[in-house]
Design a protein around this ligand. Structure first.
Ligand SMILES: O=C(O)[C@H](O)[C@@H](O)[C@H](O)[C@H](O)COP(=O)(O)O
Length: 230
């Protein structure tokens, strides 16, 4: 199910969202001594990263990771790893532990098994922030990919998997549905009317392989908070 949170501007959304996330991370740290959060990449979250980086919370007990990344050098302009390092892991948030999804040259099954095992130390995640493409992909679970069923498999173990989209560049590493849906707090962060239209389309049918975001918006046992501004 969904809860819509609509804001007058993207800057107001980023400010309010950063306040909410900072509070949820602080609560998690006081409850269990640490917190973990996964962000999506793309162009939407940059303002949120800058707001969050200036929040004076106990970042030394927070593990930050990505929901997904492109399999490119972390110096590439298309790397979500680089996007996070340059915009979030700054200021107060520089003290956080960053778990990169790009820790090797080869994207092998052994590599995926290794980082899945390493990620199990800080998962289930306290907070997951999803983005969404115009095709209804989320994380790097793309409807056009041969891995869409694997990515959406509700019976799978939580894991990091490889996805090869056919309508977007690069091989990807992504948390699968089983990992993302375990988050204590699940969000979808989107801006602009076109993304609002994609959400309406996603809610109008239930075939998640056609629009993977449906698996998260239409899960009866999980609330997905949509944060949207024009
Ligand atoms: O690596 C990625 O591209 C993201 O994780 C992806 O899922 C992104 O969130 C959407 O494609 C939206 O991207 P925009 O924010 O650029 O619209």
């Amino acid at each position: 199910m969904i809860i819509n949170n609509t804001f007058k501007s993207r800057s107001q959304l980023d400010r309010k969202f950063a306040q909410r996330i900072a509070k949820q991370l602080t609560t998690a740290i006081s409850d269990k001594g640490y917190a973990s959060i996964a962000f999506s990449g793309g162009s939407t979250p940059k303002g949120l990263f800058n707001e969050l980086s200036n929040k004076n919370i106990d970042w030394s007990n927070v593990t930050i990771t990505l929901v997904d990344d492109r399999w490119v050098d972390t110096a590439s302009k298309d790397s979500n790893d680089r996007l996070l390092r340059e915009n979030l892991l700054q200021n107060y948030a520089a003290k956080a532990t960053f778990f990169s999804l790009k820790q090797a040259e080869n994207l092998s099954e052994q590599y995926l098994a290794n980082i899945t095992e390493q990620a199990s130390r800080f998962t289930p995640l306290d907070v997951v922030i999803l983005g969404m493409g115009e095709d209804g992909h989320t994380a790097s679970i793309f409807p056009c990919s041969a891995q869409v069923h694997q990515g959406l498999d509700e019976l799978a173990d939580p894991a990091l998997i490889k996805v090869v989209p056919t309508t977007a560049p690069y091989e990807r590493v992504t948390f699968n549905y089983a990992a993302i849906i375990q988050a204590s707090h699940l969000y979808l962060h989107v801006v602009g009317q076109s993304k609002q239209d994609v959400i309406s389309q996603a809610l109008a049918d239930d075939d998640a392989t056609a629009m993977p975001i449906r698996a998260f918006l239409q899960n009866k046992d999980k609330t997905c908070n949509i944060f949207w501004a024009e």
